[in-house]
Design a protein around this ligand. Structure first.
Ligand SMILES: Nc1ncnc2c1ncn2[C@@H]1O[C@H](COP(=O)(O)OP(=O)(O)OP(=O)(O)O)[C@@H](O)[C@H]1O
Length: 583
């Protein structure tokens, strides 16, 4: 076997490569369609004699053999998601759909001296994080999805696993049927009850705060191994986020302890704490009831899944309606954010926030008609974004990547080590600090830049380098943030609208910047006006010195003129009126 590599992402295999799985079925590789942190995703087909079609129904996930994540995911599929088990479950539970992708096989392969592991699974469509960037889900969609996810969780829990990282990015639409949604990414799933023996309740501060910080459970914050109630609590936080578009702890995400504190407060003060996040367009009563039930669960207690589904009942039937963008819940997002601000101002150790009367649940039609306000930019977390990504980002902010320990990508995993990875999982990794770049920071501070050259083809990125003072600084900062604006998104801000309008009209950002702001800050030579760009402590630039000189010349001319006029008047008295006669 090839030795572990530092770079966990494997070298690509050529299109048309044939892989043979453990059941001796052959699979042909098609085009690469995705890339994760550790592996590659290819289209695949069982018809090895023909090119893999673009509408192929299978994908192959490929990683180096010694990598951990695919090994763990495979274990989950092999143990818990065998097609025959799923079918039995569907019949027993009288369900017509279970949102777990089908596993079709797996194996090992060699190419150019490198060893690979692969898994064949259903091809899926877009993930919901991407879908919701285009428009927010309706309340009925959120609740219906919640019910379907309760079904999925019940199934995986019954098979001794918890997922522990439920979020929109891990929910994918079906390839053929976009109304079906599947929970994916079992590379981090945890076997909480191996052979029917539940893990002990053991807090471990060293493992605290694992998971995706927005949603991770209070158990995970305390460093407990995840259990069934953790999954359900994560789901509850997700539902709340999807309904309200923000969470009360959005402002403190850089500090996991404060997130934990805010979640604790929310859970302690249920149902009011959640109900008060309701707005007329998106009541959160169902989620409040859901979380209230989760709160009553013991660490090892089996949840009443049927009851949980009832709590999320919303009358929605058939496939999920993920198509229509939904305006609306922005108000509630503001509420959540406001709540956070209020709590911050009032001190952290306070008791329950005062309950407000529960908002009325409005008709779906009314909700549909409701206008969406964009989430204030300060509440949008911003990991480093590529430009197209950034433009979409504003519509539905992306949660950070999971902080849960991943199986060591370069630890060797072997198929025969059946029993196996979970216990060893426990100490595989320590919680990693959240990368700064993924955390919402304080308002963008001015950076010093003494002088900027103007060039006709200056890129828009240059705005990042501007240092603007006082009121203009504020404007500059605002515009800097607007760089992430979504064209096509409603905007109340005039600058935003100009930016968006110009974007639609085909202007580049730089052109817009040149036309609308930059020219105000240039001197006649086209150089940046340092009086505007000057940051604290910076020397006055040449432009400022020139301005002072102008003033001096102007004053000199003015004084000379005055002296001339006075002189003329004196002359007038003496020479034009020599006898000093009165009129
Ligand atoms: N079954 C699938 N069908 C179609 N595309 C998929 C499928 N699974 C994954 N993808 C695509 O491939 C990309 C990489 O997926 P993968 O599961 O390897 O990584 P990831 O979940 O994005 O990251 P991580 O390394 O954290 O697991 C995904 O973002 C998705 O766009």
């Amino acid at each position: 076997m090839a030795p572990p590599r530092k770079n966990a992402l494997p070298k690509e295999l050529p299109e048309g490569f044939i892989l043979s799985d453990t059941e001796k079925k052959n699979w042909r590789l098609g085009r690469k369609i995705g890339e994760g942190g550790f592996g590659l995703i290819y289209l695949a087909s069982q018809d090895v004699d023909r090119r893999v079609a673009e509408d192929a129904d299978f994908v192959i996930k490929l990683e180096y053999q010694e990598n951990g994540p695919l090994f763990s995911e495979l274990k989950f599929y092999q143990r818990a998601a065998k097609p025959e088990n799923r079918q039995k479950w569907l019949t027993r539970k009288k369900l017509d759909f279970l949102g777990i992708p089908t596993y079709w096989g797996s194996g090992l392969a060699e190419c150019n001296g490198l060893s690979y592991r692969f898994m064949v699974m259903d091809r899926l469509g877009s993930d919901l994080q991407k879908v919701w960037k285009k428009g927010h889900p309706k309340k009925t969609t959120v609740l219906q999805l919640g019910q379907e996810l309760v079904d999925v969780l019940e199934y995986i829990h019954e098979n001794e696993y918890v997922h522990a990282d439920i979020k929109a990015a891990n929910l994918m639409q079906g390839h053929r049927d976009p109304k079906k949604v599947y929970l994916v990414d079992y590379g981090l799933s945890y076997r909480y009850c191996p052979d029917g023996v539940h893990k002990e309740y053991k807090e471990n501060p060293k493992k605290g705060h694992n998971g995706t910080i927005e949603y991770t459970s209070l158990d995970a914050h305390k460093g407990l191994n995840p259990s069934r109630r953790s999954d359900l609590q994560i789901l509850g936080f997700c539902l709340l986020h999807w309904l309200c578009r923000s969470l009360p702890w959005d402002g403190v995400l850089r500090n996991p302890a404060q997130v934990e504190e805010a979640k604790t407060r929310l859970m302690e003060n249920l149902p009011d704490s959640v109900q008060q996040l309701s707005v007329s367009t998106a009541s959160t009563d169902e989620v409040a009831a859901f979380l209230l039930y989760v709160k009553t669960l013991g660490y090892q207690e089996k949840p009443d899944y049927k009851h949980l589904k009832k709590l999320l009942a919303c009358g929605g039937r058939g496939g999920l309606d993920l198509s229509a963008p939904q305006g609306s819940a922005a108000e509630s997002s503001t509420k959540a954010a406001d709540l956070h601000t209020r709590e911050k101002k009032a001190g952290r150790a306070r008791g329950a926030p005062k309950a407000k009367p529960t908002a009325t649940v409005m008709d779906e039609e009314v909700q549909e008609g409701a206008k969406s306000k964009p989430v204030p930019t300060q509440y949008i977390r911003a990991p480093p974004l590529t430009k197209p990504q950034a433009q979409k980002e504003k519509a539905f902010p992306a949660p950070r990547r999971s902080q849960r320990p991943r199986p060591d990508p370069v630890q060797t995993y072997q198929d025969d080590s059946e029993d196996d990875s979970e216990d060893e999982d426990e100490d595989k990794t320590r919680p990693r600090p959240i990368p700064e770049c993924y955390l919402r920071g304080p308002p963008i501070a001015p950076r010093t830049q003494s002088k900027q050259k103007t060039k006709s083809k200056q890129t828009f990125r240059k705005r990042d380098d501007l240092t603007v003072t006082s009121a203009r600084q504020e404007r500059g900062t605002r515009l800097q943030r607007r760089k992430h604006a979504v064209p096509g998104c409603d905007s109340q801000n005039h600058d935003d609208e100009r930016l968006i309008h110009n974007h639609r009209a085909g202007y580049s950002h730089q052109q817009w910047w040149d036309r609308n702001l930059c020219h105000e800050h240039r001197d006649s030579s086209g150089d940046w006006d340092n009086s505007v760009l000057k940051g604290p402590g910076q020397e006055a630039g040449p432009t400022q010195r020139t301005g002072l000189l102008h003033w001096l010349v102007f004053a000199g001319v003015f004084l000379s003129l005055g002296a001339c006029v006075l002189g003329f008047l004196e002359f007038d008295k003496v020479h034009l009126n020599p006898f000093n006669l009165e009129n």
